[in-house]
Design a binder for this molecule. Structure first.
Ligand SMILES: [Zn+2]
Length: 205
């Protein structure tokens, strides 16, 4: 029986970069690995996993893991953007870990831009042998708390509530701490652009 790991964090917490570094090290040590990602993640490449710092890892893009079988000599499976798979897919990964010697590293977001767990991430929190928090700092000015949530906003700085779960790409999201998430998300008149502007003024006073 092998282990199922879940590395979770917000956007820009270097999850895909860490996946790429693992793949690089497996190549160096001669370990056999394969990487998979959901087809939803087609931002930079249909197949490769591309991290924001530019580390590129070749992968298979799959819609679901229903028919997925790892190659016979695989020792490690790396899964990127795991939140976009389904809870059933996570069960499949757990079964692979339980019935083979393949160690599985999953990387993904824990919560969406409404502060709710992704179904696949909830399943992983319940099933994974090891949970690893990938930390990065809140993107609000003057805040040094750890980011745990995402705020989604339009180009005028209006907070977007409800709707679909986090889409791929960070252009209209900020990774924020819990306090700032609730300050912005729970206040119907809060505007991200104004908030940052006011905070910047305070900073320069
Ligand atoms: Zn904060």
């Amino acid at each position: 029986m092998a282990k199922l790991h879940f590395y979770y964090g917000v956007m820009s917490s270097s999850k895909s970069a860490m996946l790429g570094i693992n793949a690089f090290n497996f190549n160096r040590t001669g370990n056999k690995w394969e990487a998979i990602k959901p087809t939803t993640d087609n931002r930079d490449s249909k197949t490769d996993i591309v991290s924001r710092v530019g580390i590129r890892t070749s992968a298979r893009a799959l819609q679901s893991l229903d028919k997925y079988t790892p190659k016979p000599d695989t020792q490690f499976i790396l899964v990127d953007e795991v939140q976009f798979f389904s809870p059933k897919d996570i069960e499949k990964l757990a079964t692979i870990a339980d019935t083979t010697n393949i160690t599985i590293f999953c990387y993904g977001l824990k919560v969406d831009s409404n502060g709710n767990l992704f179904p696949a991430s909830a399943k992983l929190l319940a099933e994974a042998d090891e949970l690893h928090s990938m930390e990065t700092v809140c993107e609000m000015p003057c805040c040094s708390a750890m980011a745990s949530h995402h705020i989604r906003f339009d180009d005028k700085g209006n907070i977007i509530r409800g709707g679909s779960q986090v889409e791929v790409g960070a252009s209209q999201y900020k990774s924020v701490c819990r306090k700032h998430f609730h300050e912005l998300y729970d206040n119907p008149s809060a505007k991200l652009s104004a908030y940052i502007y006011e905070r910047n003024l305070q900073k320069t006073k």
